[in-house]
Design a protein. Structure first.
Length: 373
């Protein structure tokens, strides 16, 4: 069994993909050009935002977003304790100070009830993550940001086409960032990313920053962060299928829900009211996760832990001297979470096999438990 079988997706679009890749090679149009422009146009159209600036990857997109919003040394930026490190490392790289906030007990996203306790006179913005494809509580977040005059960046690396109150994730904040890393819900065949915004000043500045401050007029010092034409061409072939793939992810998640609710020891991922989750990952919670994971591994069922620690507890943040009590929810989750295989082309039989293996584990585990008791 595969956790995410990218080859199946390739095979389903093989003719179109091979043709577009061949045409990029034949025309030697490797940087910039029509495929990149087309992708920026198509992606902003799909989301209903004014501007899309393509770049090298989702991490660069976050860095560019933060520089665009003018992060200065000493500025504090609040973000979630539970994410991939791109979300927080780019705050530091842009010159800011990372202020971690704990997460919600049910939804794994930043806990809006705990944001305001971290706001000081130095706070400039909030970076929210729609983790695993579940939208963060954007209504509350935007309220808090308005009240305290803060900017908001949405890290949508896992949340292509996720919806909150009928509105796409990535259309609430000042800037949103996307990753098209191969395993993401919309994936290239290498690294790629973009940022989107409705504000032209931000779009102009981010584009300058990502292109050396502007080719041959270098208004500022920038960086070199471009989406390859090859990747853009591939993404243009895949983009029209994103809605159908997203629907399949939701159906598979619902199927898992139905199969797994019979197992009382497991917590399936709940969907926030009024939201459309896009299930980049289907993450269950379980006690004794390591034993469960080993059981699944023995049955050749691959799983992942996204992520093994809350961000403040990696060596990279030892300087912040955090203790477990600072982020009780994120810490607890890091010990319970387990990502199960899920991708649009996933066969029904795989989900059934996963569920059977989980059920078998708990029936034998509870027997053992009873014996000990
Ligand atoms: C994947 C990911 C990123 C980074 O994207 P890359 O394209 O790999 O640089 C950022 N944030 C989150 C939450 C991610 O999952």
């Amino acid at each position: 069994m595969q956790f995410n079988d990218l080859h199946r997706q390739y095979l389903s679009l093989k003719d179109e993909l091979d043709k577009t890749i061949q045409s990029v090679i034949s025309n030697s149009e490797f940087i910039g050009g029509k495929h990149v422009e087309e992708f920026e146009y198509n992606f902003s159209n799909l989301l209903g935002v004014k501007h899309c600036i393509s770049c090298g990857n989702g991490t660069d997109a976050l860095y560019l977003a933060m520089r665009t919003l003018g992060v200065q040394p000493g500025d504090e930026v609040i973000t979630t304790a539970h994410s991939w490190i791109s979300t927080s490392e780019t705050i530091t790289q842009a010159g800011g100070k990372v202020i971690f906030c704990d997460t919600e007990p049910d939804y794994f996203c930043i806990d809006t009830k705990k944001i305001e306790q971290h706001i000081t006179s130095q706070t400039k913005g909030i970076v929210v993550v729609h983790l695993y494809g579940q939208p963060a509580d954007m209504k509350r977040i935007i309220e808090i940001a308005r009240r305290h005059n803060l900017w908001v960046i949405e890290d949508c690396a896992q949340a292509h086409l996720a919806e909150y109150d009928g509105q796409y994730a990535g259309t609430f904040g000042d800037i949103a960032t996307f990753s098209f890393y191969p395993g993401k819900n919309l994936g290239a065949m290498g690294d790629a990313g973009c940022l989107v915004t409705n504000q032209s000043e931000y779009a102009d500045y981010a584009r300058l920053l990502a292109r050396h401050g502007g080719k041959n007029f270098h208004k500022i010092e920038g960086i070199n962060s471009r989406m390859d034409s090859l990747q853009a061409a591939i993404l243009n072939v895949k983009l029209p299928h994103l809605k159908a793939w997203t629907k399949l992810r939701r159906q598979h998640a619902a199927h898992y829900d139905a199969l797994l609710t019979k197992i009382p020891d497991l917590v399936c991922p709940p969907v926030r009211e009024g939201c459309q989750h896009v299930f980049h990952l289907y993450v269950i919670r379980a006690d004794n996760r390591e034993m469960l994971r080993a059981h699944l591994k023995a049955a050749e069922i691959p799983t992942l832990i996204n992520y093994p620690k809350a961000l403040p507890f990696y060596p990279a943040y030892a300087r912040l001297n955090h203790i477990r009590e600072d982020f009780p929810v994120a810490c607890k989750h890091s010990e319970e979470i387990l990502s199960l295989p899920l991708y649009p082309e996933m066969p029904v039989s795989d989900r059934v096999q996963v569920a059977q293996s989980l059920a078998a584990y708990y029936s034998s585990a509870s027997n053992t438990h009873k014996l000990v008791a």
